[in-house]
Design a protein around this ligand. Structure first.
Ligand code: ADP
Ligand code: ASP
Ligand code: MG
Length: 414
C-alpha cells in the first residue's frame, strides 16, 4: 500500500462546499487503496483575522508574547482539521484530526518563524496504514517546552512536504486555487501558461523570488528529501482531468526553456549607507550588525564615488517590513560603522526571470533590459545567479514589467 499526503490550502477549505469537494478527493485516493494523510490550512482570511486580533491584544508586549501570539494564530488550522475530519466521517470514512504536536511535528522555539526540527510520524503512519485518514493541522509544531510554534506564512506547504518525507510517502499533492504552477502569477498575466513539470531548482528560485504558490521552505525540503510534489486544483470536480504540475528532478523535466518563469515581490526597500570608510572589513561590520538584528538582506551593491577616494557607498535591499529594524540596527552601531548618513527608498518591487537554460544560453540579461527599457521602466539595481536575474524597479511598474518579460521570453499562451 502506498502512502500519500494531500494538502488543502485556505481557499480550498474556504466554505462547506469546498471542504466537501476536498474530502471527495481524499475519499477517492483512499478508495484506490492508498494510505492517506491530509494536511490543512486555516480557512482563507482566517490567519489574517487572528493576526489582527492577537496584535491588537499584545500591543507593546511583542518581546515576551511570541508564544501566546502563536497559540492564537495556529488555531485556524485546528478548526480546518476538525471540519475536514467531520466531512470525511459524514462520508462514512474513518477519519481523525491531529494537531501538529499530536502528529509528531517538533519545531524550534523561534515563534512565528519556527523551523521543523523533526517529524515523529510513527503514530500517524500506523493510523493511516490501518485504514484511518489522518487530518493534520499545517503551519505548526510543538517546541521542546511543549508550546505551539508556527512556521511562517504559507507554512502548511512545508508541513505537508515534511510529513510526506517522514512517512516515506510516494508523493505530496498540494491542492490549491490554481490548477498548477504557471509561467508567472496567472492573476497578473492572463496569458500565463501552466507547466506540466518544473525542476526543484527552478521552483525554489520562483518561490523565493515571490511566487507564493509554494512556500520556499517546502521546495527546499522536497528537493533535499527527493519528495515528488504535485500542485493541482481543488476546484475541479474529482474525476475530471486535473494534471497539475509535477515538481521533480531536472532530468525528469521535459521543457528545457531558457526562461521558464517570471516572479515578482512587491514591498521591497533599498538602503544606502553613504560614506562608509573604504577599509577592509567595513562591509563585514555592516552586515554583522544586520545579521545580529535578524535582518534578511537581499541584493548588495557597493560603489565608490569618484570625488571621495576614501569612502564608499554600500546599498542593499530588504523587505519593507524589515526596514524599521534595519535602520534601528544601523543607527545603534553608527559610531563603529562610521558612515555619514543612511538613505532609503521604499517604493520598489523585485522582478525576476528564472530558468535552468540560462546556464548554457547567452543574451538573457540583454533581452530583459531591452524589454524593460522599451517600456520606459528604470532599473534601480540588478543581481544574478546561475539560473536567475532579478531587478529592482519602481513598484508601480510591477505588472507592466512582469507582462513585458513574459512576452519577451515567449512565455505567453496562444
Ligand atoms: P493556498 O491557500 O492554497 O496555499 P496560495 O494563495 O498560498 O494558496 O497560493 C496560490 C496562489 O499563488 C495563486 O492563487 C496565485 O495567485 C499565486 N501564484 C503566484 N505565482 C504563481 C505561479 N507562478 N503559478 C501559480 N500560482 C502562482
Ligand atoms: N494559514 C497559514 C497562513 O495563512 C498557513 C498556510 O496557509 O499555509 O499563512
Ligand atoms: Mg499557500
Amino acid at each position: 500500500m502506498d502512502r500519500l499526503v494531500l494538502k488543502f490550502g485556505g481557499t480550498s477549505m474556504g466554505d462547506v462546499e469546498r471542504i466537501r469537494r476536498a474530502a471527495r478527493y481524499v475519499a477517492r485516493e483512499a478508495a484506490q487503496g492508498q494510505a492517506v494523510a491530509v494536511v490543512v490550512s486555516a480557512q482563507a482570511g482566517e490567519t489574517d483575522r487572528l493576526i489582527k486580533l492577537a496584535s491588537a491584544c499584545m500591543a507593546g508586549a511583542d518581546r515576551d508574547a511570541a508564544d501566546e501570539y502563536d497559540a492564537v494564530i495556529a488555531s485556524g488550522e485546528q478548526v480546518s482539521a476538525g471540519l475536514m475530519a467531520l466531512a470525511l466521517r459524514a462520508m462514512q470514512l474513518k477519519a481523525r484530526s491531529w494537531t501538529g504536536g499530536q502528529a509528531g511535528f517538533r519545531a524550534s522555539a523561534a515563534h512565528a518563524r519556527a523551523r521543523i526540527e523533526a517529524v515523529e510520524a510513527d503514530a500517524v503512519g500506523e493510523a493511516i496504514d490501518g485504514g484511518e485518514i489522518a487530518v493534520v493541522t499545517g503551519f505548526q509544531g510543538t517546541t521542546q517546552d511543549g508550546r505551539i510554534a508556527t512556521l511562517g506564512r504559507g507554512g502548511s506547504d512545508t508541513s505537508a512536504v515534511a510529513l510526506a518525507s517522514a512517512l516515506s510517502a510516494k508523493r505530496c499533492d498540494i491542492y490549491t486555487d490554481v490548477d498548477g504552477v504557471y509561467t508567472t502569477d496567472p492573476r497578473i498575466v492572463p496569458k500565463a501558461r501552466r507547466v506540466d513539470r518544473i525542476s526543484y531548482e527552478e521552483m525554489l528560485e520562483l518561490a523565493s523570488l515571490g511566487a507564493k504558490v509554494l512556500q520556499t521552505r517546502s521546495v527546499e525540503l522536497a528537493m533535499a528529501r527527493k519528495v515528488p510534489v504535485r500542485v493541482l486544483s481543488s476546484f475541479i470536480e474529482p474525476g475530471q482531468p486535473n494534471p497539475g504540475t509535477l515538481v521533480c528532478e531536472e532530468d525528469e523535466t521535459m521543457e528545457k526553456q531558457v526562461v521558464s518563469g517570471v516572479a515578482y515581490a512587491r514591498d521591497e526597500a533599498r538602503v544606502t549607507l553613504v560614506g562608509v570608510p573604504d577599509v577592509p572589513g567595513a562591509a563585514g561590520k555592516v552586515f554583522a550588525a544586520l545579521a545580529a538584528a535578524e535582518v534578511n538582506v537581499d541584493m548588495i551593491m557597493q560603489a565608490r564615488p569618484r570625488s571621495e577616494v576614501e569612502t564608499a557607498n554600500i546599498s542593499f535591499s530588504v523587505a519593507q517590513s524589515d526596514l524599521e529594524r534595519t535602520i534601528e540596527a544601523l543607527d545603534s552601531h553608527r559610531k563603529e560603522l562610521g558612515f555619514e548618513k543612511v538613505e532609503t527608498r521604499k517604493d520598489l518591487a523585485k522582478v525576476s526571470v528564472v530558468g535552468v537554460g540560462m546556464r548554457s544560453h547567452a543574451g538573457v540579461a540583454h533581452a530583459m533590459f531591452s524589454a524593460l527599457g522599451e517600456r520606459g521602466i528604470s532599473i534601480d539595481s540588478i543581481t544574478t545567479s546561475e539560473i536567475k536575474i532579478s531587478v529592482l524597479i519602481p513598484a508601480d511598474a510591477t505588472e507592466l514589467a512582469v507582462r513585458a518579460l513574459h512576452a519577451a521570453y515567449k512565455l505567453d499562451a496562444g
